[in-house]
Design a protein around this ligand. Structure first.
Ligand code: HEM
Length: 228
């Protein structure tokens, strides 16, 4: 196993596998968040299920957190190794001919997303862990709110202009990161020439639709608050 991660190709495959896992998470995360717009009651029900189900809390959630950390750490290692392996820079990396701007800047869009995740955890994840694991309150309710509290908490976060703008900027970086990442992951997993075009198109569609979905959720809640 150590040998696998020490080889450049091993690291790239590990990077691609963790990326696919996280992309799968993004689909489910967006699906649930979209409910907060179209069906608040269902959003509350699903959030309560996810937030209290032992399988989700004690198995899926730790696996997800591990996946996020693994992808970041591995990304930094890949970047460092690539830079040291290339003591003399490529002659032709300055044109669009053999590398796109984004492919050389995965690390920057990655850092922007890392900054977002930290902000996002402070906004949602830490308070949730605090309520359940520190205060021991698994009821999903709060004083002054009828029914479950999740929809109220989510919409409250998007009252702030600054937070909404920061989130939207982060989702644009997410789109850029996904656009290159998707193509690159397929390359590492050895996509064949014939299927490659279709897969790349699916990748492009995914990379644009998912971040637009998140932007829609953030802007919807913000505008609803501002215009009301
Ligand atoms: C409008 C956009 C978004 C909203 C409203 C939103 C909302 C939330 C909420 C309410 C939670 C807390 C779940 C809990 O643990 O109880 C959460 C957790 C989390 N979010 Fe988001 N999220 C958004 C976008 C994103 C994006 C784009 C990413 C990744 C790039 C992301 C990654 C995560 C992760 C990793 C967690 C912790 C895992 C978990 O326990 O669910 N989120 N989000």
């Amino acid at each position: 196993m150590g040998g696998f991660f020490k080889s450049s190709i091993g690291r790239k495959v590990a990077m691609a596998l963790s990326a696919f896992f996280l992309m799968f998470f993004l689909v489910q995360h967006l699906s649930i968040n979209i409910l907060s717009v179209f069906n608040p009651d269902l959003f509350n029900e699903v959030s309560h299920f996810m937030g209290t189900n032992p399988l989700v809390q004690f198995l899926l959630q730790p696996v997800l957190i591990f996946g996020v950390v693994f992808h970041f750490v591995m990304g930094f290692i890949l970047e460092l190794k690539n830079n040291t392996a290339r003591k003399v820079s490529y002659v032709k990396t300055n044109g669009a001919s053999n590398s796109t701007w984004m492919s050389r800047n995965m690390i920057y869009s990655g850092i922007a997303i890392l900054a977002f995740i930290i902000l996002h955890f402070i906004d949602f994840w830490f308070p949730e862990i605090n309520t359940k694991f520190i205060n021991g309150d698994w009821s999903g309710t709060m004083e002054g709110v009828e029914g479950f509290r999740y929809h109220e908490e989510l919409t409250h976060k998007f009252h702030s202009h600054t937070r909404t703008i920061a989130y939207v900027i982060a989702f644009v970086f997410l789109a850029l990161h996904l656009l290159h990442g998707f193509t690159s992951a397929f390359q590492s997993m050895g996509g064949t020439a014939g299927r490659k075009k279709t897969l790349q198109n699916i990748g492009k569609a995914y990379s644009i639709i998912i971040p637009i979905g998140f932007i829609f959720v953030a802007l919807y809640h913000h505008l609803k608050y501002v215009l009301e």
